[in-house]
Design a protein around this ligand. Structure first.
Ligand SMILES: NC(=O)c1ccc[n+]([C@@H]2O[C@H](COP(=O)([O-])OP(=O)(O)OC[C@H]3O[C@@H](n4cnc5c(N)ncnc54)[C@H](OP(=O)(O)O)[C@@H]3O)[C@@H](O)[C@H]2O)c1
Length: 475
């Protein structure tokens, strides 16, 4: 067995950010403002979007300077579980002064979210945090908010993403320079990718599907492909398998129960014999997966082996579509405690798939099960694990495993890192010299470029709370 690249434990990884505070003076030498659109006059209170400002900047850091120089990130869904964690990560991690504007429907949740983020972020630097009340589905509301705020970046976590990519469309029409979302339905992604020419015209760089899975998992798959091809550029890729484990809701919001239920009615976007062949097999095809590279991997103790069942994550369709495989692909996931796997698998066997696609059924079931899930979640923590495996026709195999203390934080940190990656490219402050690249991309499309893949892999594998992340080739 040849180990070309071994895992590092989370402890051994160099954190990509100082864990608590940064020096404002030292970090503010570069600013994104030069490349930001000219800010339009701001009114604090509007009919479409009601905004309130909360500062986490100390007066010494200079509010006026922040207003002049900082990048402004509008976080749609910012009062949600993933949104607040993304805001915390952005504010802790950014080397530049930032304005983070949380946006959501409920003012009460917004106020609580601002307080939650403030409590987690050290107030030692020139960052600003505020909340805007908006329902993006109200006609014109998002357009008004974008015109008022002139954000440098829009991070969209206000799922579910079961309709048209209207937020992306508004971002392109508003010429927002950077757009990132955490969407997963295949139909949504295909419609988003079709907006590539519009994005180029708007000079927007957009990455869709940029959470943990899909998102980071796509980058892991591309890293496996690159490592397999490094010794043999012409090697034939055969199979590509994605497996995930999340304890309970992993700290994410109740909407994720609804999304899981709806998914049982959808086709799983897999390849069979080298051709795209979606199959309605969600909740079936059980298999046991090792979420570790070997017994010395911290993931061995942390997660170990778990059972997973098929579920329609898009990466089993989109990554093989890009790189080409001759065999099969799969995506599966499992949860804890095991009773939830048993109940869901039993229900999927009993309930017709068409019924899972009915919103009233999947939503009703989600609300019914929510109190029990919240109860069991108290005992299982927020553990998250991913395993991606790619094989070649000549019998080589590359496995990537990543584990994290919190699913919610991993999703949030991943999406935030995609935003920071694009902002650095926009401001030409990328240490790897990456240039600006307008268009609409899936993570794997960005990661085709070696320097981009390397930058994203470093960022995503070193976030706070990572327990392990490693890639290994064997033959
Ligand atoms: N790719 C990945 O790895 C991955 C993993 C997990 C989840 N996700 C995605 O992440 C999304 C968010 O998850 P979460 O745990 O953060 O859920 P959450 O806690 O329910 O947060 C969603 C937020 O979106 C806001 N929102 C919903 N509809 C809105 C609208 N029309 N206008 C404005 N705001 C709206 C909600 O605001 P109010 O509370 O004010 O209504 C809520 O705060 C999910 O829907 C899922 O699609 C992706």
């Amino acid at each position: 067995m040849a180990s070309l690249h071994t895992f590092s434990s989370g402890m051994a990884l160099t954190p990509a950010f100082p864990s608590r505070s940064w020096s404002c003076q030292a970090r503010c030498s570069h600013a994104f403002s030069d490349l930001r659109p000219e800010p339009r006059p701001r009114r604090r209170f509007q009919t479409a979007a009601l905004c309130s400002l909360g500062l986490i900047a100390s007066p010494a850091c200079g509010r006026a300077r922040v207003a002049r120089r900082a990048a402004r990130i509008l976080l749609l869904g910012g009062a949600g579980r993933i949104g607040t964690a993304a805001a915390v990560h952005l504010l802790k991690r950014s080397r530049e002064p930032l304005e983070v504007v949380l946006a959501g429907r409920s003012a009460a949740k917004g106020a609580a979210a601002v307080a939650e983020v403030e409590a987690e972020v050290d107030a030692s630097c020139a960052h600003q945090l505020s909340f805007c009340q908006v329902d993006w589905q109200e006609p014109g509301a998002l357009e008004t908010l974008l015109a008022e705020q002139s954000p440098t970046a829009l991070l969209h976590t206000a799922g579910p993403f079961d309709a048209e990519p209207r937020v992306l469309e508004a971002a392109l029409n508003g010429k927002v320079p950077v757009y990132v979302d955490v969407a997963d339905p295949m139909s949504y992604l295909d419609k988003a990718i079709a907006m590539d020419a519009v994005a180029k015209e708007a000079n927007t760089s957009a990455v869709v599907s940029a959470g943990a899975f899909p998102g980071f998992s796509n980058i892991l798959a591309m890293e496996c492909v690159a490592q397999l091809r490094s010794g043999d550029p012409a090697c034939e890729l055969r199979d590509m398998n994605f497996a995930y484990f999340t304890a309970g809701l992993g700290g994410s919001g109740a909407v994720n129960l609804l999304i899981t239920n709806l998914g049982f009615g959808d086709p799983v976007p897999v390849f069979r014999g080298g051709a795209y062949a979606p199959q309605r097999v969600a909740g079936s095809e059980p298999r046991r997966v090792e979420f570790f590279l070997d017994e010395s991997d911290p993931a061995f103790e942390f997660v170990g082996e778990r059972d997973v069942w098929s579920w329609p994550f898009p990466e089993a369709g989109t990554v093989p579509r890009l790189v080409g495989i001759t065999g099969n692909s799969s995506t599966g996931m499992g949860t804890a405690p095991g009773i939830w796997n048993t109940i869901l698998v039993g229900l999927v066997a009993l309930v017709p798939r068409d019924l899972w696609q009915e919103r009233w059924f999947s939503e009703g079931l989600a609300w019914f099960s929510l109190p029990m899930v919240w109860f069991t979640d108290q005992f299982v923590k927020e553990t998250h694990a991913m395993r991606v495996e790619v094989t070649t026709s000549d019998g080589r195999r590359c496995v990537a495993v990543q584990t994290h203390e919190s699913f919610r934080r991993c999703v949030a940190q991943s999406s935030a890192e995609f935003v920071l990656h694009l902002l650095e490219r926009q401001a030409s402050t990328s240490s790897s010299g990456l240039s600006w690249r307008p268009g609409v991309f899936l993570p794997e499309q960005l990661a085709e470029d070696e320097a981009t893949r390397s930058d994203l892999f470093q960022r995503l594998s070193q976030t706070e709370g990572t327990v392990s992340c490693g890639v290994r080739v064997s033959s």
